[in-house]
Design a protein around this ligand. Sequence first.
Ligand SMILES: [Zn+2]
Length: 409
Amino acid sequence: MRVDKTVINELNRQEVLNVIRCNGSISRTDIAHMTGLSVPTVMKIVDSFIGMGLVCETGKRQSNGGKPPMLLEFVPDAYFCVGIDIGATKILGIMADCAGNIAYRYQIPNDSSYSDEEFLAHVADVIHDVLTNSGVARPQILGIGVGMPGLIRSSDSMVVFSPVLHRKDLRLYDYLAERFDLPLMVDSIHRALVFGEKKYGLCRNSENFVTVNLGYGIGAGLFINGSVYSGSSGFAGEIGHTILNPLGPRCFCGNRGCLETLGSALAMTRDAINRIRNNEQTMLTEMVSGKLEKLEAKHIFEAAKQGDSLACDIVSNAIDYIGMGIANLTNIMDPDYVVIEGGLSLSGDFLLKPLKEAWRKYRMNYSGRNTRIVLSEFGADATAIGASAMIFDLLMTKGYNPKKLLDGE
Ligand SMILES: [Zn+2]
C-alpha cells in the first residue's frame, strides 16, 4: 500500500504539536518517545514551530549526569484565530488564542427573515468588527473559522441546506473569501464543536468521544479512533433525525417522530405554544407579555426552575427523549465522553441530572459503561471556540507559516 508522504507529515506535525500543547515542559527526546517518531523527525518539526514562535525553548532540565535536555513549551498567545458561530438567533464572533482563550467577543442578532444578501453582509460585518476591534495585531492573526448548522459540502464549502437558518445553496465561503485576505474555513457546527473539545476542551486526551448539540436543532459530532468522522457523504452525526416515535410529529426531513421534533428547543416551544393556546395556565404567557412568538426554550427552562407545572412537564418530556437519543448513540459508539453543547446546555445541572437518569434508563447495560456525560466548559462560546480551533489545526498541520508569507519567502 502506498501512503502519501504529505499526509504522514501532516499527521506527524499534528501529533508533535498536540504533545507539546498537552504536556507542559517537554524535551525533544520525550516527544520522540511519546509519539514513536524518530528524534531527527521531531527536531525538524519542532524547529519549524520554533521558527514561527509557536513553541519556545524554556531552559534545561536538571540532570543527574549526561547532557541536560532543553525543554520546550507551547506559546498559546503567539497567534490568534477568528471563530464565528452562526446560530438561529445570533452571529457571534471571537478572537481566540491558540489555547482557546478569548481576547475579544462581538455578537449581533440573526433572523431567518434576512435575505441571503443581508445575511451574508451581517456575517462579514461581524468578522470585520472582530478583526478591527480585537486589539490583536494583524500579523498575529492566522485565519478565520466559521461554524454553522446545516449540511456543508466538503468539496467547495457550499452550504447545501440549513433548515435551522432557513438557507440553502448559499456560497458563504466564496463571499467571505472575496472580502478577507486570510485563510478561511466554513464547516458544520458539529465539526467545530468536536475540534473545540479535542484541541482545547474536556476531550484533549480522548480518542473516542461525541459532542451533542442541543439547540434549535439537535446534532452530533463524532470523533472516532483519533479522527473526526464525517461519513461517506460528509453528513454523519444526524442524531436529531433518528426516529424515536414513527407516529410522532412531522419533521422537515420528511419523516415523523425524529428526536429533533421531540426534544429540541424548537419542539419545546412548539409544545408550549400549543398547550397555552389550549388554555393551559402557565407563567410563560406573562414572561413573554402574551407574545407567544417571542417564546424561547430558555423561558421554559426558567419557568420550570420556578416550578411552573406546564414548563416542568415540557422540560421533562424533552429530556426523556434526549436521554433516549443519547442512549441509542452510546449503544452504537461506546464513547469515552458525550459532551453536551448548545443553548439547552446552559441550564447546567438542571438539564444534566435528569438527562443522565433518562440515559441510564434507556441505554444497554454493556455499552457505554465507561461513558461520561458532561457539559462543555465553553458554554455559549463553544461553537466559536471550536471554529477558531478548526482553522488553527488545519493551518498547523499543513505547515502554514505567516512569518514566511510576511518575509516574502
Ligand atoms: Zn427528521
